[in-house]
Design a binder for this molecule. Structure first.
Ligand SMILES: [Zn+2]
Length: 311
């Protein structure tokens, strides 16, 4: 006969292993150095970047930030304090990637201008990473616009590969930027009640988004793939990152790097359906597999009061 308490212990051990293996997420932050909204002063951006990075470290989150180098310039000249924000990410052990120089939309500017913007976007960061013994090797498409056709996507991927880049997909897309703009208003009005109301609504919304894409992954792959969450470098995420990390942990998640996430074979799933959209890779795979209509039902909406705050 098995010893019952030991047996229970054994099975809970197995369950906890499979639970954590199936719940992994990479946190990615776009639009570095920072999305300041009304808070343009460098002191605020330094303080918020420090808070963001400190909270990432406290929570053992191996995050990556994607840079728009246009943000390193002030009135046409390179601003050392803004370059200093990038150095902070690197000095504290975080990864950086290219997000084009000017946050260009591939669907609007076309291949030539877009690829020039990618190259212009590596002038400062690429040598900076090399100083830190790393390679500038990940690319995130602004607006998640990867090309309106297979030919446009393929030619971009060929260009990226020939310049040592790999595309950095997103599986958990969301509207954190709307909450962040609302939060900026709450900060500017020094309304602490509104700040915490926006923050709590943000975490609840992000949990619904997580569960939505987790369920989509299970429907498409019969398992929860390694997820990649899109976030932006802003004050909302600096102030509520701890709560966001806690919510992910409560849902059984551990935090992984982009390199680890991309080891998931799901990222080799072919995309055959294209359009003028910026969407999650889970959405792209679903569309490519012929899903439509009710398959996408239940996508959580940003609450009305957040949109109202932005009017
Ligand atoms: Zn962006």
């Amino acid at each position: 006969m098995f010893h019952k308490p030991l047996l229970v212990l054994f099975f809970s051990f197995i369950i906890s292993i499979s639970w954590s293996q199936n719940h992994e997420v990479c946190f990615t932050f776009d639009d570095l150095t920072f999305v300041p909204y009304s808070h343009q002063d460098i002191g605020f951006q330094q303080m918020m970047t420090a808070k963001l990075l400190e909270t990432l470290k406290e929570n053992d989150i191996p995050a990556i930030g994607f840079v728009n180098e246009t943000k390193l310039y002030q009135e046409g000249s390179l601003d050392e304090q803004r370059v200093g924000l990038l150095k902070e990410w690197l000095a504290q052990g975080f990864e950086l990637g290219n997000h084009t120089f000017s946050h260009a939309n591939y669907h609007q500017v076309g291949f030539e201008k877009y690829t020039q913007d990618i190259l212009q976007g590596e002038r400062v960061a690429k040598p900076l990473l090399e100083e830190f013994g790393r390679h500038y090797k990940y690319f995130r498409h602004p607006y998640l616009r990867i090309g309106r056709s297979k030919a446009a996507h393929d030619s971009l991927n060929l260009f990226l590969a020939s310049h040592g880049y790999q595309e950095a997909p997103v599986t958990i897309d969301n509207e954190d930027y709307l909450f962040a703009a609302a939060y900026d208003k709450a900060l500017a009005s020094e309304d602490e009640g509104l700040q915490s109301k926006v923050g709590s609504a943000y975490i609840r919304y992000m949990e619904k988004k997580l569960l939505y894409y987790q369920q989509m992954s299970n429907k498409l792959f019969d398992r929860n793939i390694k997820q990649i969450l899109l976030l932006h470098a802003n004050a909302l995420n600096a102030d509520f990152l701890d709560a966001l990390a806690e919510m992910y942990r409560q849902n059984g998640y551990t935090f992984i790097s982009l390199e680890e996430a991309l080891e998931d074979p799901a990222f080799n799933t072919p995309i055959s359906k294209y359009g003028d959209w910026g969407i999650s890779w889970l959405d792209r795979w679903a569309l490519s597999l012929g899903k439509g209509g009710e398959f996408f039902e239940g996508d959580p909406r940003t609450p009305r009061f957040i949109r109202d705050l932005l009017k």
